[in-house]
Design a protein around this ligand. Structure first.
Ligand code: NAD
Ligand code: IPM
Ligand code: MN
Length: 351
């Protein structure tokens, strides 16, 4: 199979981890007889520095013309002045919006050998296998923003159609898993949340009656996620809540650096990226965990290129290196650790 993949390394550790995952994809192409064309383009702070624009037209065009997009991370202290007129993060948000990527799939599993490491009692982590479906192109992220003197305003709005499409996708995924769907909101306070609750109830009752649907308020969900994470299957929620809950879920896996994601719309290329950020504190030091990005490359193969066996080969290689005891510093605890490069070399050797 011949495919074109746009690489958006971005800032901080982004270029390091995207470089690793690209090598893994190249190894998969070789082993399975595919040809992947990789094209690198600018996004985020790197794009601001080069062009003044966090998502240059040339980048958006390259993304639209490719089969899938692999992204590192954007942002960093250099571009974080609250008075700045343009920000790296705007490039990522525009990319998601322009490509219509309304559903962000963030699977969370716990490698048994890493359970000891999580700051959660390891017996609670047995059987954790959850999938957070985060709405990605609506809500407070994309509402009107303004300043009026001493007052700042961010508008949060959702339409019925925006909720329906992401809930349908989450429900379909739940149907193919354990059949449990948990919808998370703040319906005791927010009007948008009451809309989410009504729409979700209707969609599930009429189109997916076989599912077990549960509603949870986001504040108590933050607690349940730590107290009984194995009780959940698919969690669907709005943009901001999904962002926050999945960084929290990173604790279950042992590190934020382990979690991948897929951002999907109705057709067109998807964006695949780890859930972590640019980690400026460790950038350029060969300390970043590349596994979140490598597993994002596996999701790219599965969801955009429909290469399931190839995706499983990457996942099996990652499992094997973790089984063998290789640990980047974020998952090493008090034990010995290896660098970003050595971890990647080990994954490549497995493939
Ligand atoms: P972060 O995710 O970059 O880092 C949080 C902590 O986790 C840091 O201590 C970091 O060292 C660690 N960490 C993150 N990824 C790691 C990895 N792969 N291996 C080992 N350790 C890892 O979050 P932050 O510090 O709040 O944000 C830094 C910048 O990243 C901000 O500008 C933010 O906007 C941006 N950001 C971008 C994305 C994205 O591009 N998708 C996501 C989140 C944050
Ligand atoms: C993420 C990040 C982004 C988000 C930022 C960088 C805009 O935190 O991908 O999780 O909030 O969506
Ligand atoms: Mn985030």
């Amino acid at each position: 199979m011949h495919s074109t993949i746009t690489l958006l390394p971005g800032d901080g550790i982004g270029p390091e981890v995207v470089g690793c995952a690209t090598e893994v994809l190249a190894a998969i192409a070789q082993r399975f007889g595919h040809s992947f064309d990789f094209h690198e383009a600018l996004i985020g702070g790197a794009a601001i520095d080069a062009t003044g624009d966090p998502l240059p037209d040339a980048t958006l065009r390259a993304c639209r013309e490719s089969d899938a997009i692999l992204l590192g991370a954007v942002g960093g202290p250099k571009w974080s002045d609250p008075n700045a007129s343009v920000r790296p993060e705007q490039g990522l948000l525009k990319l998601r919006r322009e490509l219509g990527l309304y559903a962000n799939l963030r699977p969370v599993t716990v490698h048994p050998q890493l359970a000891e490491l999580a700051p959660v009692k390891s017996d609670r982590l047995v059987g954790v296998d959850l999938l957070v479906v985060r709405e990605l192109t609506g809500g407070i992220y994309f509402g009107e923003k303004r300043r009026e003197g001493d007052v700042a305003v961010d508008v949060c709005s959702y339409s019925v159609a925006e909720v329906e499409r992401v809930v349908r996708l989450a429900a379909r995924l739940a149907g193919a898993r354990k059949g449990r769907l948990t919808q998370v909101d703040k319906a005791n306070v927010l009007e948008t949340s009451r809309l989410w609750r009504q729409v979700t109830t209707r969609v599930v009752e009429t189109e997916f009656p076989e599912l077990q649907l549960e509603h949870q308020l986001v504040d108590s969900m933050a607690m349940h996620l730590i107290a009984k994470p194995a009780a959940y299957d698919v969690i669907v929620t709005e943009n901001l809540f999904g962002d926050i809950l999945t960084d929290e879920a990173g604790l279950l896996a042992g590190s934020l650096g382990l979690l991948p994601s897929a951002s999907l719309g109705d057709g067109g290329p998807g964006v695949y990226e780890p859930i972590h950020g640019s980690a400026p504190d460790i950038a350029g030091q060969d300390k970043a965990n590349p596994i979140g990005t490598i597993l994002s490359a596996a999701m790219l193969l599965r969801w955009s290129l429909k290469l399931d066996a190839e995706a499983r080969a990457i996942e099996a290689a990652v499992t094997a290196v973790l089984d063998a005891g290789l640990r980047t510093p974020d998952i090493a605890g008090d034990g010995p650790s290896v660098g970003t490069r050595a971890m990647t070399t080990a994954v490549l050797a497995e493939i």
